[in-house]
Design a protein around this ligand. Sequence first.
Ligand SMILES: [Mn+2]
Length: 318
Amino acid sequence: MRSLKKLVTTIANSKKIVVATHRDPDGDGIAAALACAHLIKYYKHRKPLLFCHSKIPLRYQFLLHDWQFTRKVGDFDLLVAVDSAGISRIFPRVNEDKLAGKAIINIDHHRSNNSFGALRIIDESASSACEIIYFIFKSLKIKIDKPLAEIFYCGIYNETGGFIYPNTTKEALQIASELVGLGVQPGSLVKQMNTKTLCGTKLLTKVLGTIEVKDGVAIMCLFQDMLKHSSAEMSDSENFISFLQAIKGVRVSLFLREEKNDTRISLRSDGIIDVDKLARQYGGGGHRLAAGLRLRKDIHTAKKEILKAILHGIKKNS
Ligand SMILES: [Mn+2]
């Protein structure tokens, strides 16, 4: 409760506010930023700036209505960071001087959160960043209208993989039910969110062609030329990894994406290894069963290195 009072006074005392989510944003990160922007607009009667280093994927753009994210921040005195375990997840090439003297509010649900910022509202047991912000709205008794209810629903739906991941808690389902009570129509909302482009679907067929399964580990790669040949975008591949973890006998999934200067790696586990711990050894992080990292190495070297670490972890734990 004390942190909520501080949250409200910090917002009230700030002039230029930026709400930021992590790069390569997922539905929870985008929705959490939008929900926070609504909260700030409620108190300040004007819109804060919304920042994301990456482009917002097409399938989430319907949530924006008259909001937009910018990829440049000017001067500000308050940064509200959501769904981000560290500042470097928001600003990849951060200049610490730029943040000196600024107020920072850190709202997150990642265990790997490195506790940046003067005010931290971090709850590892929350299903999603959206769940934390939903409870902030409830505690402050701020009315949630239908567009905002849709934002919360999409965030929680996305982070729980459509209410199937282990973070699908009683609270998550209860909030979802309350949101439906506020007018959310899950069927049409989820249809909008799950819409795929033809290019994205063609990309999927190419990426699925690379699947290998070895000793309970499924591996899949996305190469730059696949993007070119299918005219798809990297963000079209956000949920591709779910195909790996669904394969019978697979305990850990490794999805590697070749980017311009590095390799982006997503990991999933059934619990046999803690992929958050593994990712953290390489500067990444996330959750015990789902995490990610980037390696400044080519995709083939990255694959060898991470696969070795996974197999080592499995051997140690079995
Ligand atoms: Mn999240």
